[in-house]
Design a binder for this molecule. Structure first.
Ligand SMILES: Nc1ncnc2c1ncn2[C@@H]1O[C@H](COP(=O)(O)OP(=O)(O)O)[C@@H](O)[C@H]1O
Ligand SMILES: [Mg+2]
Length: 255
């Protein structure tokens, strides 16, 4: 049986003005896995991630060459609407960024409201609850849905933002260093959540911590100076790296 890939890239190149920062990447990400994209700061992880749902083009200097296929369809083809792509491929950022002036409930509901995706209050209530359960936050917030997110911890805010992304029922979730700014307990909660989420979603997790990639991912790609140095099952990459640079990175010599 042919494996269906959630994401495939073909000779992907990305430039900011004249500066080429992603230098010809061919990558295949299988469905229902956690794929970690690891590498030192500045190597192009966020740039590559943003090309996977066309967020990158909100930056006028950025230019993409090559193909990105989401479930076999090139998202850079002329007939594709980037809004649809972003609904199918959700994004969670490094800083937990719930809207401070919206209640916890409305933070989850906002995308559904703006896109007119539900028809009744009942349907909205159900979807908000569903998304908060999926992000393992429901039990902690069910009695204070009308509070503002300022009352939540960093880790809870990040799970709220994950619920907001999940409410739109994406197929893929991109996460750019989602635990970089939250405490160890919050980090642990989000890492366990990934194990749950991959049953239904494909997750691409950017991290600059090899230890996190080792803990949570099924596959890992090591990005260095805009090139994919090595990619494969996480265990193999950590136990038998083929490339000297990878070995240096996973053992902490290269930072
Ligand atoms: N908006 C931008 N305009 C110009 N250059 C950028 C921009 N964003 C990132 N870069 C450059 O692209 C390279 C990759 O950055 P980035 O994707 O943010 O790396 P990482 O996420 O791995 O830290 C860096 O050299 C960075 O300076
Ligand atoms: Mg980054």
């Amino acid at each position: 049986m042919k494996t269906r890939y959630a994401i495939e890239t073909e000779n992907l190149r990305i430039y900011y003005g004249e500066n080429e920062v992603i230098k010809g990447i061919n990558l295949k990400i299988p469905q229902n896995t956690v794929f970690a994209l690891m590498g030192p700061s500045g190597c192009g992880k966020s740039t590559l991630l943003r090309a996977f749902n066309r967020l990158l083009e909100l930056n006028k200097d950025a230019r993409v060459e090559g193909k990105v296929m989401i479930f076999g369809k090139n998202i850079y083809a002329d007939d594709v609407n980037p809004i649809d792509v972003r609904r199918e491929v959700g994004m969670v950022f490094q800083y937990p960024n719930p809207f401070p002036h919206l209640t916890i409930y409305d933070n989850v509901a906002i995308g559904l409201k703006l896109n007119h995706l539900v028809r009744s209050k009942k349907e909205m209530d159900e979807r908000v609850r569903w998304a908060l359960e999926k992000s393992s936050l429901w039990n902690e917030v069910k009695d204070r849905l009308e509070d503002y997110p300022s009352s939540l911890s960093g880790g809870q805010k990040q799970r709220l933002v994950i619920a907001r992304a999940l409410a739109l029922k994406p197929k893929i979730l991109l996460m750019d260093e989602p635990t970089a700014n939250i405490d160890p307990m919050g980090t642990k909660n989000i890492e366990s959540l990934l194990f749950e989420l991959k049953k239904d979603y494909t997750i691409v997790l950017v991290t600059h911590e090899p230890a996190q990639a080792a803990r949570v991912s099924d596959y890992v790609g090591f990005l260095y100076l805009g090139k994919l140095v090595e990619v494969g099952p996480t265990r193999e990459i950590f136990e038998k790296p083929r490339h000297e640079l990878t070995e240096k990175y996973v053992t902490g010599i290269l930072v």
